[in-house]
Design a binder for this molecule. Structure first.
Ligand SMILES: [Zn+2]
Length: 417
């Protein structure tokens, strides 16, 4: 393995193999506490286990579908600090992930890419494609998602390990976890925390070249229950209280300028996700998102006061709120362990690209893991348009991700932490 072309060859072969294995997760099953939510995710886990075994690396799959592998330090590097890499096995449920038929465009000429008769990847909608002129673009045939989220991440970790072995690069201990059900929000529910020895991990689950993420939302789910009084509509006056009307009044009072549609960057939001019910009882589910703890407190009390206002408008009905914690901004933990981001920024710079540090408008496995005490920022994969039929990846960007992983391994092997 002496040149970069071979990194790309290995990477592409790995990636194409993984995307063809159907691993869509099932949110409903995951919500019921079933993990893995789909058996098919184990197919990829087993494939990876075999692949690692052929490389002489032992691994095990937990009863919940986590593939865990530990690679011992090379001689003389036993005291370097251990580092963990994570990626997820599943793909999102919104779009089919079955029979993925990737299309490869080599030496991309910078024009629109036609996926099939109906779907085209337009430059106008995807100006980022222009950064990939002359490079290799991997798309779908327009009938499924691609699964670069997160099989690009898996391919990049595996390829980095292959390069490590082929080039005899000395390194400290490395741990790898491929997890199920990230897309359902349950990716870390049964993570074998006791097994992890690394004091820092990195998820490879981000987007475009150079993007690294150390911040995500704080997240709460608010459920607001409206209780009315049903009566025959013909003789409703004056005693009927309609829970449907109460619920819709409540939704209309949510601040429009703080909706997901009206916000980006560091602005948080209230997102009404679901409304259901009938005259007697109705329920509204709202997702609250904010980068600041203080902002989250304000959002929770806003929901409570809107509920009270709603109650004042419908005095004979009743309103109850319940707020459930979902996940926490990982920034706090990362700020306490500054070397984790410093080393990552250095690694990205070492491969010759400018790091783009951006906030994630969502959560990751890394945010959960950070909350559990292991600082875990996120690294780009080179994938784009996740969860869609127009998902695409750029092989050269993926290669930079592999190189970033290798640089990180080198930095930690020198004991820089
Ligand atoms: Zn992902």
């Amino acid at each position: 393995m002496n040149n970069d072309t071979s990194i790309k060859d290995i990477l592409l072969e790995n990636f194409l193999t993984y995307v063809k294995i159907w691993t869509t997760s099932d949110s409903q099953k995951a919500d019921e506490g079933i993990q893995p939510s789909t058996e098919r995710q184990l197919e990829l886990a087993n494939h990876l286990k075999n692949q690692l075994e052929k490389m002489g690396i032992q691994s095990h799959i937990t009863s919940h579908g986590y593939l865990c592998a530990r690679i011992s330090a090379t001689e003389g590097y036993e005291n370097s600090s251990s580092i963990g890499f994570l990626a997820h096995l599943d793909t999102a449920g919104e779009v089919s992930g079955q029979n993925v038929n990737p299309k490869i465009t080599k030496n991309y000429d910078g024009t629109d890419i036609k996926l099939n008769e109906e779907i085209t990847l337009y430059i106008e909608e995807n100006p980022e494609l222009l950064n990939c002129k002359g490079q290799t673009i991997i798309t779908t045939d327009g009938t499924t998602l691609l699964g670069a989220d997160d099989k690009a991440g898996i391919a990049e970790i595996i390829t980095a390990i292959q390069i490590l072995q082929d080039k005899n690069i000395p390194h400290g201990q490395i741990e790898v976890i491929f997890s199920p059900d990230e897309e359902t929000g349950h990716g870390m529910d049964n993570v074998p925390l006791d097994w992890i020895q690394s004091k820092q991990c990195y998820t490879i689950d981000g987007g475009t070249l150079g993007e690294i993420e150390a911040e995500c939302f704080n997240a709460y789910k608010s459920e607001i229950t409206f209780t009315g009084k049903a009566l025959h509509t013909g003789s409703a006056r004056p005693n009927m209280v309609n829970a449907v009307t109460m619920a819709s009044k409540f939704v209309s009072m949510l601040p429009q300028n703080e909706s997901p549609e009206a916000t980006d960057g560091y602005l948080g939001f209230y997102a009404p996700m679901e409304i259901s019910g009938s005259m007697e009882s109705a329920k509204v589910t709202v997702f609250l998102r904010d980068f600041e703890e203080s902002g989250m407190k304000r959002r929770i009390s806003t929901i409570d006061s809107l509920a009270q206002t709603c109650n004042a408008i419908f005095p004979n009905g009743s309103v109850e709120t319940k707020h459930t914690f979902q996940y926490k901004n990982m920034k706090e933990v990362l700020d306490k362990n500054p070397h984790v981001m410093q080393n990552l920024i250095q690694a990205v710079k070492n491969v010759g690209i400018e790091p783009i540090i951006s906030p994630i408008r969502g959560g990751t496995d890394g945010s959960r893991l950070s909350e559990l005490g292991i600082p875990t920022p996120n690294i780009f994969t080179g994938g784009h348009n996740f969860h869609s039929r127009t998902e695409w990846a750029c092989l050269e960007q993926m290669e930079y991700s592999v190189k970033t992983i290798l640089e990180l391994i080198k930095i930690y092997s020198k004991g820089k932490n």
